[in-house]
Design a protein around this ligand. Sequence first.
Ligand SMILES: Nc1ncnc2c1ncn2[C@@H]1O[C@H](COP(=O)(O)OP(=O)(O)OP(=O)(O)O)[C@@H](O)[C@H]1O
Ligand SMILES: [Mg+2]
Length: 508
Amino acid sequence: MLAKIGSAAVLGLEAQPIEVEVDAGRGMASLTLVGLPDAAVRESSERMRAAIRNSGLNFPGNQRLTINLAPADLRKEGPAYDLPIALGVLAASGQVPLDGLAETVVMGELSLDGSLRHVRGVLPVADMARHNGTATLYVPACDAAEAALIPDIEVYPVSTLSELVAHLQGIYTLEPVKVDQLLAPVDPPPVVDFAEIQGQEHAKRALEVACAGGHNIMFIGPPGAGKTLMARAVPGILPALSLEEALEVSRVYSVCDMLPADTPLIQQRPFRAPHHTISNAGLVGGGNWPRPGEISLAHRGVLFLDEMPEFSGKVLEVMRQPMEDKVVTISRAMGSFTFPANFMLIAALNPCPCGHYGDPERACTCAMGMIQRYRKRISGPLLDRIDIHIEVPRVPFDKLARATRGEPSASIRARIEAARQRQRARLGGPTLACNADMGPAEIRAHCALGEDAQVLLRAAMRQMHLSARAYHRVLKVSRTIADLADAEEIQTHHLAEALQYRSRVLEV
Ligand SMILES: Nc1ncnc2c1ncn2[C@@H]1O[C@H](COP(=O)(O)OP(=O)(O)OP(=O)(O)O)[C@@H](O)[C@H]1O
Ligand SMILES: [Mg+2]
């Protein structure tokens, strides 16, 4: 008898339908698995055999079993085919009714005792099922909530093989998951509150502007000035994710197998702080089966590069294209994979190797050549992509010892939310969510300048030798500053503030 079970393969961020065909026939007892399986899929036959026996079911050991994973030209990886293969074997040997199983999506890794284990990438699989009009999914119970984030499909949480078999035989009823209660917003208190950061008003204001519009920002200052501290405070002022954005982010984490066990939907903007020893593939993504890297894990959130000159020059350069395109494409023999990478960059560095260049109180001990070499590690094109350059001086004792607290993160965040609201209303649409997402057409439409402002910008462009990219970026930052002030038009002082953030702090 021939049985067909629907399943899915996750490739990059997308899922594709797979059909598991099992043929059980007379002949010499054997088991053949075909259809480009990798090692984990091949081991599946052993797990499946034990799981079927230990579930009190009958493994047709005296038949000739042929298992085909179709389409045959697509490589299959991972243990998620255990469950569809086991079901196929049971159906082909007449232990489970066949009806409708080809029109479902079944996935799950089996333990030898027949219980189901977590598999990665259930969210894109559920999305694929909806697009293809497949209404029923059987997934491991621990992954069911994640799949159920996609509306209009029925997701059945399966704990054990015998439970699913009983359900299909009609002697037990599995209930599909309901997900509404999972979407309650969560709002943990910030790790570092802005109220605890003394002084640095200029840098705090710049961070507010950066977060309000999604602009890239760089801090330069001596050791202990509070650069890392301020960056760590950023998650507390980032605007909330919309549901569409949350699903985009969760999808990346789902295929990377990084969704926390009890939270199927990521509702906080990501904050990724990779160490400077990270590899190219770790940062932008890669591997045999391409997986997203840190820039994609930071999608819709923040990528924090602390001590930026310590990162290898090559690693920083591979970020350049994704920073412009907001996606990264990785090519492999089996095809090319595109991952989203729309992040806000926060970079921090010292002005020189000893950290005290330009410090009024401590002399710098570095030779000029050393300083120049140090700074050259961050290339001009990369600097050009950073909208806001801020000097963070050391905090004097009087300010540090002050008893008064600064403005708390909650009220800064409220202003940022309001500014984002204005941007969403103007730009409308999930791909264009904030000012940093604007392209030349949107800039033309929304960043018109008055006559005075135009004169100022022309003079500044000439004096500061701004590139066309910098010109567009200055306009976008000006738009954000105007949004923070609830101003319809960009005014001259908004532009002036944006220009001041472009001052060349890295020039020696
Ligand atoms: N402005 C500030 N207000 C309050 N505390 C501060 C401030 N700046 C620094 N500190 C204190 O100093 C510690 C170190 O600051 P931080 O790690 O941010 O320095 P940094 O600028 O990143 O230095 P480095 O260049 O060495 O990395 C903080 O954890 C905090 O205790
Ligand atoms: Mg630091």
